[in-house]
Design a protein around this ligand. Structure first.
Ligand code: ADP
Length: 200
């Protein structure tokens, strides 16, 4: 890297000569540095420094993913569903966040585990109490869209200290309602992190 930074563009023969190594010995190292984006190669010109730090290269790789690439199927219920049934839905669907929608899948609210725990501790009958009483409602809901960077969506989870975001698209609705098309959760973000770490 030092030689290329100081003298680039420089051919692999010239680098090998400086290091007193065979050109073939250098080949895998040059291939890795080029693939990582730290060096760039031009045929018949040689290698030159891309000007990007390792951090910038990693960040640009992470920013290639959109929400649509990793989003999950949303679990949605109507606002008249009882708190009891919402708890059952959470177990059956194995999710920690449920979205509440009205007709045509338009976003109305979000229910988390603690929203349900809190009301279950109270004296009300959760078999008749509707989820509309405990949910966080529009317009307070933090959302993402299929075209947003997965990194930006993950950042929203961290900044707002929440577990999931509804993935929405504008609905054909004069009042600006949003249609729920997916779910982006901490699990999606963690999976992406693991996948990027496993890549070669
Ligand atoms: P937990 O119940 O496990 O703490 P969260 O941290 O996701 O789960 O939820 C904390 C609070 O934030 C709950 O009251 C929930 O209704 C609300 N909440 C969850 N997701 C969102 C969201 N996308 N936008 C706005 N509020 C949310």
């Amino acid at each position: 890297m030092g030689i290329v930074k100081a003298e680039g563009p420089i051919t692999s023969e010239q680098i090998a000569e400086r290091l007193k190594l065979a050109r073939a010995t250098l080949r895998p190292d040059l291939a890795i540095l080029t693939m990582a984006g730290l060096l760039e190669a031009r045929p018949r010109v040689g290698y030159y420094y891309s000007g990007k730090s390792l951090g910038e290269v990693v960040a640009s790789k992470i920013r290639r993913f959109k929400v649509r690439d990793i989003q999950s199927r949303p679990v949605v219920v109507g606002d008249q569903l009882s708190v009891y049934d919402a708890i059952i839905t959470m177990f059956l669907e194995d999710v920690g966040t449920i979205f509440v929608v009205r007709e045509k899948g338009l976003l109305e609210g979000v229910i988390s585990r603690k929203d349900l725990l809190k009301v279950a501790l109270g004296a009300q009958d959760i078999r008749v109490l509707p989820v509309s009483v405990v949910m966080t409602r529009m317009p307070k809901i933090i959302t993402t869209s299929p075209d947003e960077l997965a990194w930006e969506a993950a950042r929203k989870l961290v900044v707002h200290e929440i577990d999931a975001l509804p993935v929405v698209e504008p609905a054909d609705d004069p009042a600006g309602a949003l249609q729920v098309v997916g779910r982006f959760s901490k699990t999606n973000a963690t999976r992406l992190f693991v996948e990027i770490g496993e890549r070669r």
